[in-house]
Design a protein around this ligand. Structure first.
Ligand code: FE2
Ligand code: FE2
Length: 300
């Protein structure tokens, strides 16, 4: 009988994520252990498996969010915060197909048609998602095109740069880790999360197109499953790079969340109004109708 698969990746300093095919996962910190007795010092070289690769990827996200979650004081959800989130969603979506195709072209040149085909498929699936965010902004009475042209949420800019840079690398496999991180977090959103956002919106207004499609109700759950399957099939060096970039993306994303969530509704509105040079009266002074906590930052 074949040995069950164990995978591991050193993601930062002395910390490695170790995962078994059976679903166990843990973080391993090397503390002066001699290399010859610590089997996780050397990079893994074996094949992946669905169970272990999925746990490595999710472990990378969890590790990236450690430390941020604890000090994250969630403010009351507001329509202004949701509008900022939609602008962020637009910016993280608008160049995705172009970036993925750039990376796909590079893998064609490198003689890796299976990676190119995977990235081409992703590029097709992600096409038009920026327009969903624009439609939602318009539905809320916000001049969407003008707002996105003039306003980039501070927490989103480093994420966009990260993806641009990963897709432009000579060996751009890390872009899969970035995409996994954003899609996995989006896929955590449930029906109830969408209902809470809907409750913030004026009656009869549908401004949750992007959120629905980037949630467990939309395509994200299948994108996540397909990515795990694809990453598990990659050689060990590629899986290591993907998991490391998943971790780096989670760090950047967590930092951005923290940054944006510390702003008040007034600050968010002022930033947007300054960017477009006009007031946004329809989204000012809103408050949740149910008074529940909500993280309204969608991502994709
Ligand atoms: Fe997606
Ligand atoms: Fe998307």
């Amino acid at each position: 009988m074949a040995q069950p698969v164990t995978e591991w990746v050193n993601v930062t300093g002395d910390t490695s994520i170790i995962a078994r095919e059976s679903g166990e996962v843990w973080f391993h910190t090397r503390k002066g252990t001699e290399a010859d007795v610590d089997p996780f010092v050397a990079p893994m070289t074996g094949a992946g498996s669905l169970g272990s690769t999925a746990r490595l990827l999710d472990g990378a996200i969890n590790l990236g969010f450690t430390g941020i979650e604890k000090r994250l004081a969630r403010p009351e959800p507001t329509l202004a915060g949701y509008v900022v989130a939609l602008v962020g969603a637009y910016h993280t979506s608008v160049h995705t197909p172009r970036n993925l195709r750039r990376a796909a072209k590079r893998f064609e040149e490198l003689g890796r048609p299976e990676v190119a085909a995977y990235l081409e498929l992703r590029a097709r699936e992600e096409t038009g998602h920026d327009r969903l965010a624009l439609k939602d902004l318009r539905a809320l009475g916000v001049p969407g095109e003008r707002l996105v042209a003039n306003f980039m949420p501070e927490g989103i800019e480093p994420l966009c740069k990260c993806f641009d840079d990963l897709c432009a690398q000579d060996y751009p496999i890390g872009c899969i880790g970035y995409s996994y991180c954003l899609e996995r977090i989006a896929a955590l959103k449930q029906d109830s999360d969408i209902e809470k956002v809907q409750a913030l919106c004026p009656d009869g207004i549908d401004a949750t197109r992007f959120l629905r499609s980037h949630s467990s109700l939309g395509s994200e759950a299948s994108h996540v499953a397909e990515t795990i399957e694809f990453v598990a099939s990659l050689p060990a060096n590629d899986r290591i790079s993907v998991v490391r970039e998943t971790y780096q993306s989670a760090l950047i994303m967590a930092d951005g969340y923290n940054h944006e969530l510390l702003k008040s509704e007034t600050e968010m509105l002022a930033e947007m109004e300054q960017a477009i040079g006009e007031p946004l009266p329809r989204i000012a002074g809103s408050s949740p109708s149910q008074g529940e906590e909500l993280d309204t930052r969608p991502a994709a």
